[in-house]
Design a protein around this ligand. Sequence first.
Ligand SMILES: Cc1cc2nc3c(=O)[nH]c(=O)nc-3n(C[C@H](O)[C@H](O)[C@H](O)COP(=O)(O)OP(=O)(O)OC[C@H]3O[C@@H](n4cnc5c(N)ncnc54)[C@H](O)[C@@H]3O)c2cc1C
Length: 369
Amino acid sequence: MIVIGGGLHGCSAALHLARRGLSVILLEKDHVGRHASGVNAGGVRRLGRALPEIPLSTASAKIWHEIEDLVEDDCGFEASNQIKIAETEEGLAQLRQRASDVSALGFAHEQIVDQESLREFLPAVAPHCQGGMIVEGDGHANPPRTVQAFRRKGESLGVRFREGTSVGHVERKAGVWFIETNDGSFEAGVIVNCAGAWGGRIAEMIGEPVPIEVRAPMLMITARMPAFVAPVVGVQGRKLSFKQFANGTVLIGGGYEGTANPETNETKLDRTGLAENARNAMEVFPIMRKASVLRCWAGIEGMMPDGIPVMGPSQEEGAFHAFGFCAHGFQLGPVSGKILSDFIVDGGTNLPMSAFRIERFSEIRQSAS
Ligand SMILES: Cc1cc2nc3c(=O)[nH]c(=O)nc-3n(C[C@H](O)[C@H](O)[C@H](O)COP(=O)(O)OP(=O)(O)OC[C@H]3O[C@@H](n4cnc5c(N)ncnc54)[C@H](O)[C@@H]3O)c2cc1C
């Protein structure tokens, strides 16, 4: 069995497959954790998920809380409240509507808080903020440590990692996948496409192209500040996500993007976007006027047009996908490998997966023609 891609999803797939007793080789063109999985914000959030993702995200949250049982490392996971702030009455009404939509699906994790409670959870929030939505028991983890923990555990179960090995061609003949790389040829009965922002290329090699866009979400981190915010924070209607670590540094993100070149792995920062991101932080948390930004960076991520990943079996026999996680795939990492191993070993999973089928894109193309 060959897994293509050594991000969190590839490492999780390899680990879960090895746990089921399968022999796995993982091929990674650069090094394990080099891309989105190693440089993201580490947010482990159920709050605000696309509705089809909620059951998956809920299952993954459960694994995060017991992550040490799976990989023998706590991955730096810290449980905390996650809060989405509403700055206006209108924003709060939107959050109320959202909580009611989620509750109609049978999930009760998103709760509304009024202005007074918001201030209890976030004493440093700007006075104009009206309330918000809270999820208890979300949190954050350390991205590079997480990927390496999944890798180590996979290796201990026999997974072979081949770094610097870029897949350039795949072809199925007589029930066997032939995989050509810059570092030799491989054969396997099953291939698993976990190639992140490059997942569309592998899908195209398999014969099912998808409309994936390569993007470069940006982050910045500040110098140490006095402790002022414990929950992980987002804001309704603004691009801002925000967390303070135990060492006092504050990580700021929320969706501003630079540009990425997937051929060279280079990213370029957009300074105007970063400045706007910093302004958002200062407007919602006035204490941030005292912050100094130490470092900014971007990672390369795959975005699908409908904002949710491709996960599940290919239309070609013996191939499976988990890619295009649209800037929120870190939280889903632990469960996605389990889902893939259930599909591969048992022929299906008990989670609702129809929204993630790769066929959704060929169906759109067919109905348009
Ligand atoms: C700045 C930033 C902040 C983010 N913040 C969060 C967050 O707070 N919470 C959250 O849940 N998500 C977040 N995300 C999203 C999350 O990081 C990604 O969705 C997730 O890491 C994707 O994992 P992956 O394994 O699919 O992809 P990747 O980590 O990109 O791994 C894919 C791997 O496949 C390899 N590969 C590609 N093509 C080939 C080939 N032909 N042959 C061999 N190997 C190949 C690549 O080199 C790469 O290492 C963020 C992303 C970014 C960029």
